[in-house]
Design a protein around this ligand. Structure first.
Ligand code: SF4
Ligand code: SF4
Length: 188
């Protein structure tokens, strides 16, 4: 059900002002993106056309807190097929960026594990120059499954460590500061 009193018509402009979101208003609802999406094949609840439609209608809160936003695998199939050049993969990224900002500002709550993993991964690359597998995986387990989850995965972690696939400490990376500066420039 759509409550017109809760619609935020400016949401489409907000997305269009975000890098990657510029072409959202071109969508004419043809369904081409959803028909070819491999994620939709697996999860029928995922519907990129619907996300774009809701965004254009101004269903801001519903779109930003929609768990399925994080299901897009960025395969770019819809990007290639869209007759309107909406660049839907990029639009998804733009909507996710707004959602992340709103969550950081405490305005919405995001509970999707993929979003949490993405954040931990990016923070780790920014801090260490490369992702620190043990740290990111341990923190992810702790935040999603609690201490029991960390203990449960410890034997697998030990196996990976013994085979040299997992480092206990963060990797020492040359040019770590340059990577940090790239992040700072992008954030600017
Ligand atoms: S294929 Fe393009 S125009 Fe068609 S619904 Fe998807 S985003 Fe909109
Ligand atoms: S980029 Fe995302 S929305 Fe588009 S086809 Fe791939 S998984 Fe589906």
């Amino acid at each position: 059900m759509i409550k017109t009193s809760e619609l935020e018509p400016n949401f489409k402009y907000e997305i269009a002002n975000e890098p990657g979101g510029e072409n959202i208003k071109r969508c004419f609802n043809c369904t081409g993106c959803t028909a070819g999406c491999p994620v939709t094949e697996i999860d029928k609840d995922y519907n990129p056309r619907k996300i774009i439609r809701k965004a254009l209608l101004g269903m801001r809160n519903e779109v930003l807190t929609d768990d399925s936003l994080w299901l897009c695998a960025s395969c770019y199939l819809c990007y290639e097929r869209c007759p309107q050049d909406v660049k839907i993969t990029e639009v998804m990224g733009a909507i996710r960026a707004i959602a992340q900002r709103e969550a950081k500002a405490g305005k919405i709550k995001l509970n999707n594990p993929k979003q949490l993993f993405d954040n931990l991964f990016i923070d780790s690359v920014k801090k260490n120059g490369k992702w620190y597998e043990a740290g990111v995986s341990g923190m992810f387990m702790l935040r999603t499954k609690g201490i029991g989850g960390v203990i449960g995965y410890a034997p697998m972690g030990m196996e990976l460590f013994k085979k040299g696939k997992l480092s206990i400490l963060p990797h020492r990376i040359k040019g770590k500061d340059q990577i940090k500066r790239i992040f700072e420039e992008v954030e600017k």
